[in-house]
Design a protein around this ligand. Structure first.
Ligand code: AKG
Length: 327
């Protein structure tokens, strides 16, 4: 396993004047303006004042409402970020997972172990939890409707952790990331930069199934290694940086690369929701989406094999849950 070359010239990338992402208050943005300026053109935007600046979703509140409910936690392991990503064999929801009660996870966060081991509660549905009925969730649904977002492709998902970085990747659907507690730093690149961001090759799915994903990048945008990835210098000129605070929403159009880092060591909580791409033509012309479909097709033999093995394994329920989480 190779280790990362920390002598790479990070400063030169930081010196570039990055393009900015609009920040607009939801009170001064109509559904029509949102559609015309951002959604139709596939342009990211931060929408402020969507919720109160402190919706009150701190760790005590979450533990009180999610207490004994079990979630599939991702065990990333912090030392993976010292490695060259080309050596990784799993990424995103493809990493090792464990089903645990939220109250136990809350203890891991309080003791600092969740931070040390980089244990993350990622993309877990809020639907079947008491928080789905909370004031914040109701207000959020209402606000999303006001923005004209009415064709959800997923339920609201929870993302909870401490100091975690969700590595550079893109999604096939439009996404809205809403900050509820703590702040996040997000690095964005437009879909045009895919080749310059060195995604895992589509054929890697033949070997790794969905554990390694061709919609994840092999570069660290904040520690660029221009020797190994020279075209990253071109991508760096198209980089957008966003800080997302509680009560704010980031609209991430389908195909846009994003790396999401929780700021600080305290608990950080967000929810997101995916949306069908509108207008449909934008989706059809998005090469990044086709890459995902080809990749998923390549992953099928391996995934079917994992499914068969799961059916015959002793901890069948856990294994099936893991596979469902990966899909
Ligand atoms: O918040 C995170 O850690 C990742 C969120 C994300 O990737 C998304 O909203 O698409």
């Amino acid at each position: 396993m190779t280790t990362f070359d920390s002598s790479c010239p990070a400063e030169s990338a930081q010196a570039v004047a990055f393009p900015t992402v609009d920040r607009v208050s939801c009170q001064s943005l109509t559904a029509r303006q949102f559609a015309e300026r951002y959604q139709r053109r596939g342009i990211p935007v931060v929408i402020t004042n969507l919720l109160a600046a402190d919706p009150g979703w701190d760790l005590d509140y979450l533990a009180q409402h999610l207490g004994n409910q079990k979630f599939l936690l991702r065990y990333y392991g912090r030392d993976r970020y010292d490695q060259d990503k080309r050596d990784w064999t799993s990424v995103g929801s493809g990493v090792q997972t464990q089903s645990q009660r939220f109250c136990d996870y809350a203890e891991l966060i309080r003791s600092g172990e969740a931070h040390q081991q980089d244990i993350y509660l990622g993309k877990c549905s809020l639907q079947a939890t008491p928080l789905a009925q909370s004031d914040a969730a109701q207000t959020l649904s209402h606000q999303l409707k006001n923005l004209g977002l009415e064709q959800p492709a997923s339920s609201l998902n929870l993302w909870i952790g401490s100091g975690h970085t969700e590595c550079l990747h893109y999604d096939v659907m439009d996404g809205t990331l809403i900050q509820l507690h703590g702040s996040k730093q997000i690095v964005l690149f437009p879909p045009s930069q895919t080749a310059n961001l060195y995604p895992y090759p589509v054929y890697a799915h033949l070997r790794h199934g969905l554990k390694l994903r061709s919609w994840f990048s092999q570069v660290y945008p904040n520690r660029p290694d221009f020797q190994a990835f020279p075209r990253l210098q071109i991508a760096s000129q198209h980089r957008h940086d966003v800080t997302l605070h509680p009560g704010e929403l980031l609209y991430i159009p389908a195909g846009w690369w994003h790396e999401v880092t929780a700021i600080g060591e305290d608990m950080v909580c967000s929810v997101n929701r995916f949306w069908h791409v509108y207008p449909t033509l934008r989706a059809w012309f998005l090469w990044n989406r086709w890459r995902v479909y080809f990749g998923t097709l390549c992953a099928m033999p391996k995934t079917l094999m994992q499914l068969v093995l799961a059916l015959f394994s002793r901890d069948r329920q856990q294994k099936l849950k893991e596979i469902r989480q990966m899909l």
